[in-house]
Design a protein around this ligand. Structure first.
Ligand SMILES: CC(=O)SCCNC(=O)CCNC(=O)[C@H](O)C(C)(C)COP(=O)(O)OP(=O)(O)OC[C@H]1O[C@@H](n2cnc3c(N)ncnc32)[C@H](O)[C@@H]1OP(=O)(O)O
Length: 500
C-alpha cells in the first residue's frame, strides 16, 4: 500500500461548534442536542450529508449522564446508519484526539471513507435544572464533583483530593518548587498565559467568555474571582458553567476530492502519540514532571519529523495552569505566544472531555486561513492521559496510517521509582506538595499535605484551617513550603500536619 494513495490519507473536511445560552434551563439543549447541532454545522461546512458517514465516534459526557449510550439516538437524530458507531468508555480530556487518531487509522486501513467525531456537554443547563428543582436556592450542584465522588471515598478523597480542582494544584505547587520559581513568578506566568487565552477567546465566535482579561484581572482575588484551591482562583480553572458541543468530519483524501471539496479547505492529519500516568494520583513517581506527557509530546514530534519551529500555532490543554506550563517546557513553546487556538478551558469553555474537539475545530479554521502546521496536546483525567497529534494545511510527509499510537512502554522505561504509600503514618516528614481548599465565601475550608517520610514513603496529612500561621506559611509566598520539614501527628479526626 502506498502512503501516497489518496484513499488512505486522512483529512479533516468539515468542522462545527455550537454554544447554547437558554433563558430558562428547561428550554436548553441537552448533551445529545448539542452534538446533533455541532454535527449539522460540520456537515454544512464540509458540504456532505451526515447520512453518508460510515463511522461515528462519540465523546462520553457527564452532564446528562442518565442518557446513557448515545450511539443509536445520535445516529437516528442525524439520519445516519454508520457501520462503526461507538462512544468512548470514559469522559477524559484526551478522548477527542484519541477518536481523531482512531478515525485516521480506520481511513488508513481502508475501513472507512467518512468518519464523524463529536461531543457535547450541557453542564450549565444541567446545573440550572438541578438548582430549579431545589427551589433555586442551592447553587452547590457540580457535575464534575458528583462524578468524582460517586463511590465510597478512598484515602486521597478522605483528604479532600476528589475533583480535578482539588488535585491539579499539587502539580502547580510541586512544579513551582522544582523550577526554582517564587510564588509570584509562577502566578505571573499563569496569568500571562491565561490572559492570552482570553484574547484568543475574545476573537473566537465559538468561545464562551469573549471579554479579554488582563493578567491583573486573573491574579486579583476578589468576589468575582474567588479562590478555589491554592494557588488557583476561578479565572485560572476550567469553567464548568457552559453548554457547548463540537464535532468534525474526517475523510480520505480521495473521498474529499470525489465530493469536490476545495483543496484549500482540507486539513491533513499527522501522526499522534499517547501515554498515561497511573490512574491513582498517589501511585505517581512525582508531581513536578510527567514522563507520559514528555513521551507523548516528544514521540509526536519525532514521528512527524518536526520540531517546535515547524508550528505556527498550538493547543496546549489548559484545565489548570500547571498543565500547559509543563507541556510548553517540554515542547519548547514560549510563554508569550498563545498556547491555544480556541481560548483555553476558562474562557473558550470547558466541557469536560470535549474541549479538544473545540480545539480541533478552531485549529482547522485557523490553518485554513494561515500558517502551515499546528500541534495539539490533550490531557485527560488528573494529568493522567496524554495524547498529541499534528494537523497541517498541506500533506505531512511522515504520516503513516494506521499507526499504533500507544507509547506506554517508553513512558514506563522513563518512570522513576514510585514511592510506597503509607496510610497511617505519624512522625517526621517533608512536604512533597500541598494545597488549601476554599469555600464559596472565599475562606479556607481545609488543607492537605502530600508528604514523604524519612524513608521516602508517601503519605497524606490534613492541615488544620484554624492554624493561621500554617495557612500563611503555605500561601503567602515568603518561603517555599515544598521541601520543608514538619511532623505528622495522630489526632482524633485523622493525621494532621505540624510545622517543626
Ligand atoms: C482533564 C480536565 O479537563 S479536568 C477539568 C475538568 N473541569 C473542571 O474540573 C471544572 C472546574 N470548575 C468548576 O468546577 C467551576 O467552574 C467552579 C467551581 C470553579 C466555579 O463554578 P461556580 O461555583 O458555578 O461559579 P460561581 O458560582 O462562583 O460563579 C458563577 C459565574 O461564574 C462563571 N464561571 C464559573 N466558573 C468559571 C470559571 N472557571 N471561569 C470563569 N467564569 C466562571 C459562571 O458562568 C457564572 O457566570 P454568570 O453568572 O455570568 O453565568
Amino acid at each position: 500500500m502506498s502512503m501516497t494513495d489518496p484513499e488512505r490519507i486522512p483529512v479533516i473536511i468539515g468542522v462545527g461548534q455550537v454554544g447554547d445560552r437558554p433563558d430558562d434551563p428547561d428550554r436548553g439543549l441537552d448533551s445529545l442536542g448539542l452534538m446533533v447541532e455541532a454535527l449539522k454545522v460540520a456537515a454544512q461546512d464540509a458540504g456532505v450529508p451526515l447520512a453518508d458517514i460510515d463511522s461515528l465516534a462519540i465523546v462520553d459526557q457527564i452532564s446528562f449522564h442518565h442518557l446513557g449510550k448515545l450511539c443509536e439516538p445520535l445516529a437516528a437524530a442525524i439520519g445516519a446508519a454508520p457501520a462503526i458507531n461507538y462512544q468512548s468508555a470514559a469522559p477524559h480530556g484526551d478522548t477527542p484526539i484519541r477518536l481523531l487518531n482512531e478515525a485516521a487509522n480506520r481511513i488508513g486501513a481502508g475501513e472507512v471513507k467518512l468518519a464523524a467525531v463529536v461531543g457535547g456537554e450541557a453542564l450549565r443547563t444541567a446545573a440550572g435544572r438541578a438548582a430549579k428543582a431545589a427551589s433555586g436556592e442551592d447553587k452547590s450542584y457540580n457535575a464534575v464533583r458528583k462524578v468524582a465522588t460517586r463511590r465510597e471515598p478512598n484515602y486521597a478523597q478522605r483528604h479532600g483530593l476528589s475533583a480535578p480542582v482539588d488535585i491539579y494544584p499539587l502539580y502547580e505547587n510541586a512544579t513551582r518548587a522544582a523550577w526554582g520559581e517564587s510564588l509570584e513568578d509562577a502566578q505571573f506566568e499563569s496569568a500571562e498565559i491565561w490572559s492570552r487565552f482570553s484574547e484568543v477567546a475574545a476573537e473566537n465566535p465559538g468561545a464562551w467568555i469573549r471579554k479579554p482579561a488582563s493578567p491583573a484581572d486573573i491574579l486579583d482575588v476578589n468576589e468575582r474571582n474567588r479562590p478555589i484551591a491554592f494557588p488557583y482562583s476561578k479565572l485560572m480553572v476550567a469553567n464548568s458553567s457552559v453548554n457547548q458541543g463540537a464535532g468534525f468530519l474526517v475523510a480520505s483524501l480521495a473521498e474529499a476530492r470525489r465530493r469536490g471539496i476545495a483543496e484549500d479547505r482540507l486539513i491533513y492529519v499527522g501522526m499522534g502519540a499517547a501515554a498515561k500516568e497511573p490512574a491513582s494520583i498517589l501511585a505517581r513517581d512525582r508531581y513536578d514532571h510527567s514522563v507520559s506527557m514528555e513521551t507523548s509530546i516528544a514521540r509526536t514530534l519525532d514521528l512527524n519529523g518536526m520540531t517546535v519551529e515547524d508550528f505556527d500555532c498550538v493547543e496546549l490543554y489548559s484545565c489548570f495552569p500547571c498543565v500547559p506550563k509543563m507541556a510548553r517546557r517540554i515542547l519548547g513553546w514560549p510563554w508569550d505566544r498563545p498556547a491555544s487556538v480556541f481560548g483555553g478551558l476558562t474562557f473558550g469553555g470547558g466541557p469536560i472531555a470535549n474541549y479538544m474537539s473545540h480545539a480541533v475545530v478552531s485549529m482547522v479554521d485557523k490553518l485554513r486561513r494561515e500558517g502551515r502546521y499546528g500541534f495539539l496536546f490533550a490531557n485527560g483525567g488528573f494529568a493522567t492521559d496524554n495524547h498529541c497529534i499534528v494537523l497541517g494545511n498541506r500533506p505531512i510527509a511522515a504520516a503513516r496510517f494506521p499507526q499504533d499510537f500507544d507509547h506506554q512502554a517508553e513512558a514506563e522505561e522513563k518512570r522513576g521509582p514510585v514511592p510506597e504509600l503509607v496510610e497511617d503514618y505519624a512522625g517526621p516528614a517533608t512536604i512533597e506538595s500541598y494545597t488549601v481548599f476554599y469555600g464559596r465565601d472565599g475562606a479556607p475550608r481545609a488543607g492537605v499535605v502530600v508528604a514523604r517520610t524519612p524513608e521516602g514513603q508517601r503519605t497524606l496529612a490534613h492541615v488544620d484551617v484554624r492554624d493561621a500561621a500554617m495557612l500563611a506559611f503555605l500561601t503567602d509566598g515568603t518561603h517555599e513550603p515544598v521541601g520543608t520539614e514538619g511532623r505528622i501527628v495522630a489526632l482524633d479526626e485523622g493525621f494532621g500536619w505540624r510545622r517543626t
